[in-house]
Ligand binder design. Sequence first.
Ligand code: ZN
Length: 444
Amino acid sequence: MNGMVRTTAILVALGIAAAAQTPVSSPPMNTIAERYVKLVLALGQHDKDYVDAFYGPPEWKTEAERRKQPLADIGAAADRLLAEIAASTRNESAASSGEAGAAPKGDDLVRLRRDYLKRQLEALRARVRMLEGTKLSFDEESKALYDAVAPTHPDSYFEGLIKELDRALPGDGPVVDRYDAFRRRFIVPADRLSRVFDRAIAECRTRSLPHVQLPPAESFTVEYVKNKPWSGYNWYQGSFRSLIQVNTDLPIYIDRAIDLACHEGYPGHHVYNALLEKHLVRDRGWVEFTVYALFSPQSLIAEGTANYGIEVAFPGEERVAFEREVLFPLAGLDPSQAEAYAKVRALVDRLSYAGNEAARKYLNGESTRTQAVDWLQRYAMMPAASAEQRTRFFDTYRSYVINYNLGKDLVKQYVESRAGGQPQKRWQEFVKLLASPRLPSALR
Ligand SMILES: [Zn+2]
């Protein structure tokens, strides 16, 4: 036993000696994390959508505004930081390459942290290049920024799904028009909107609380806004508070109530941000989580969990039951139509990857805006106005679109491969994922 301890001491000493000879030194991870945050803030000076949330030291933000670091400097600083992370990885593997159990193994979360910082920085590096004029294809971009590539589907794939929808919808004429007409019966009147949303939010919170330990101070505010390229947004403010904005440019259908309440609120973005703040920022002092870089792998996890969270909160038929019994009456809609609407919606949801194809072709320069709008009407069942709003989303957020559907599918696979269909177990795995820095490529 003693012999083993001595071997360990020698190996650790060798590891340290090897590190001293490497050209790049490796500062502690907290120092790397702080420099990462400052680089995200610096890049935010060149890209107004880049910093989605920041609740770290306010003077770091003021400093970034004052300094206005040029893009080339930000890129070079990111390269240096990446080299330092690589050096710290080499040192750690040198230190732990002795007998099993010889060197103290960092906990799983510590390893995830380093992988996460590295990959977030690589995405930052790619975003700098894009802002400097480098043109990436849709798939290259999503790989670089979100650590994932969405599958490609031929037209025939969507045509098959549309045939099913065609059979499910009453009347004659183009499917998209019949879908639009059918759906109009489920618009929430403007004067009932906040009542319906408030009830949906309360329900999602009640369903989440038994499974998620939320900080007692958590809360959020809902605002109704216009003229935005998105339909809803969560602006996390820190201290466990969120501002949720709902865009009322287009009609709001009854299903948006639960979508939005879960996605933006419980157990979606609001819970995700609050758990990261609680477990990683406050409990561990990991400052990198006080900043949220929008065009980064973190977004796939954020959007994927927010979308999958709907199924976690409302397993099986529970969603349609709640809509029928509570939300339809509140909105003044006919509850006897709730099931029929849910069936049609499920068919249309399967067309979500058509949106990726539209974005891919449009952003790769293979289709014009008009063609993208046509495609979205035909294959994604979006009425003209929604399709146009969607192409404006493509202009701003580009390959970000994959984070919603591919993100959801990856999160679903990850959670269900561990939990199966067992609702309680699903919650456990889901919450564990929310509170940890896992990368999209590590979900597979
Ligand atoms: Zn979202």
